[in-house]
Design a protein around this ligand. Structure first.
Ligand code: ZN
Ligand code: ZN
Length: 143
């Protein structure tokens, strides 16, 4: 049933359904944010002929098709997630680089307006909140 859903998502984005695309989308549909190497190691058991390079290619096709969102927190490799279209934001831990989703209060982009647009037609505002997650706070407190 999940397979049908993943296939449906690929078809609705006008993408050909292929085993690597299904596998990558399947990994990303688990909750969270994954870098390309993690995706690669998760799919390589089922797809032994897949290379990291091929996974990058699949990820970039999925991002272009709007099925996957790519975020690039400073100091971390690019992360991919299947939660798209809700303009959500991210909390990133300065300690362990954990990434959590945080709902956008407005729900559509752009949810912030700059004090001066300089003539730009603003499309999106990407917000990253940096701080320490609760685990890292505890570690700091007990150290
Ligand atoms: Zn942390
Ligand atoms: Zn997210």
């Amino acid at each position: 049933m999940q397979r049908d859903t993943l296939e449906g998502r690929l078809r609705s984005a006008q993408l050909k359904v292929t085993a690597p695309r299904l596998a990558v989308l399947g990994v990303l549909s688990g909750h969270g944010h994954f870098d390309a190497e993690t995706v690669f190691s998760s799919v390589s058991a089922a797809l032994p002929k897949t290379s990291l390079q091929a996974v990058y290619g699949v990820l970039s096709a999925l991002v272009t098709a709007g099925l996957v969102r790519k975020i690039e927190p400073a100091g971390s490799p690019a992360l991919y997630e299947a939660r798209v279209g809700d303009n959500h934001h991210h909390l990133v831990c300065l300690g362990c680089k954990a990434v959590e989703d945080v709902d956008c209060a407005v729900g559509e982009s752009p949810c912030l307006t700059p004090s001066n647009t300089n003539g730009f037609a603003i499309r999106t505002a990407e917000v990253t909140f940096w701080g320490l997650c609760s685990t890292c706070q505890e570690a700091t407190a007990s150290a």
